[in-house]
Design a protein around this ligand. Structure first.
Ligand SMILES: *Cc1c(COP(=O)(O)O)cnc(C)c1O
Length: 365
């Protein structure tokens, strides 16, 4: 049974973005695939990343994601970005997952076959050891032969004012200078676009940018292509007469004879209900308004004058006239939230013409 809504994933767009970002960073990539690869589908993205020469490894947020990714066997390192609970450390190390470490106690609790990335808090104040404590932790890890990398995270690298990001970078460099040479990474997508090459930092972690989006003031830095097209099928076409209303609350009322198509995507699939009254979709290449309240499983679209039939596909967002950036704007949120909201009912498929993403990952020995 096929889904009413499908996310088509463009391998060429993703691969092109990765190449461009790695070149701009002068570094290999630790590709964030947390939150089901920003909603694009962990498996399909892992397949593409597994074969991309600029991808060093993959980064996830939580142990469940690390285990799911290890199961897919991408053949590249996996880094967990947030602290595991004590009972999760052994099983994750057994899977080969690289673990974040931010205290001496965490360093000492690692088994001898673990590999660690020291997390330094240079100002985000979310996770990590403060710079003054980080060196001792790093030296302890290095002494046991467990230190593979050191990293930090910028709080403001995607903003026009980079002064705080530069201060974070300076704090990070002081820690690096006191440690033996290991992998080092700091830049998220905003950091790569804002700073370009950061000498001495061998990896970078672009998330949203890899999937094709950048803040408006950084769009010139690197050409990026949105990776996902979301499309959904027309399930019903019907006339609505002047004076009649459409959907919950009767928010929209027909001023003229209107042909309405009901489309099988709603807020349970991740289309933001907050976009009600502002949203547009692409029907047969034409921008058409969504009418009335967006429902859990459906939305209604004005298709007056178009030859639209049950089973036709409507482009909900993509690379053309309606983008995730538009949808995020209508819903008063950011692309991150729209993309990661795409739900499990939405099928993730390789866009036609792509090949690598159809090739299975190497099977586990
Ligand atoms: C999510 C995340 C990233 C990626 O951030 P983007 O803004 O999507 O580029 C990088 N590093 C860490 C630690 C993260 O949590």
């Amino acid at each position: 049974m096929h889904s009413r809504a499908q996310a088509l994933i463009s391998e060429s767009a993703l691969a092109g973005n990765l190449t461009a970002l790695a070149r701009r960073a002068g570094a290999r990539l630790l590709l964030p695939v947390k939150a089901d690869a920003y909603g694009h589908g962990l498996e399909i993205v892992a397949r593409i990343a597994a074969r991309h020469p600029d991808v060093w490894g993959l980064a996830v947020a939580v142990p469940r994601e690390a285990a799911a990714l290890a199961q897919l066997n991408p053949g590249k390192p996996i880094l967990l970005l947030t602290p595991p609970m004590p009972e999760e450390v052994g099983p994750l190390a057994d899977l080969g997952v690289r673990l974040p470490v931010a205290s001496l106690a965490e360093a000492d609790a690692l088994p001898a076959h673990a590999r660690a990335h020291l997390k330094v808090d240079t100002g985000m104040n979310r996770l990590g050891a403060r710079p003054g404590e980080a060196v001792e932790i790093g030296l302890r890890l290095a002494g046991r032969g467990l230190l593979e990398g050191v990293y930090t995270h910028f709080a403001t690298a995607d903003e026009p004012d980079l002064s705080f990001a530069r201060e974070q970078l300076a704090r990070f460099r002081r820690v690096l200078a006191a440690l033996p040479p290991v992998l080092a990474h700091a830049a998220n997508g905003g950091g790569i676009l804002s700073f370009g090459v950061l000498p001495g930092l061998s990896l970078a972690r672009p998330g949203l940018a890899s999937y094709g989006f950048a803040p408006a003031h950084l769009r010139e830095a690197v050409p990026l292509t949105p990776v996902m097209t979301l499309r959904a099928r027309v399930t019903h076409v019907h006339p609505v007469h002047p004076g009649e209303s459409v959907s919950y609350g009767g928010l929209w009322r027909a001023g003229r004879e209107t042909t309405v198509a009901t489309v099988g995507v709603g807020y349970a699939d991740g289309y933001p209900r907050n976009a009600t009254g502002k949203a547009w979709v692409l029907v047969r290449g034409e921008r058409r308004p969504v009418l009335g309240r967006i429902c859990m499983d459906q939305m209604m679209v004005d298709v007056t004058g178009l030859d639209v039939r049950v089973g036709d596909w409507v482009e909900v967002w993509g690379r053309n006239e309606v983008t995730v950036t538009d949808v995020a704007g209508w819903a008063d949120t950011v692309e991150y939230e729209v993309l990661t909201g795409v739900g499990p009912r939405v099928e993730r498929l390789a866009e036609a013409g792509d090949t690598v993403s159809r090739t299975p990952l190497p099977s586990k020995g």
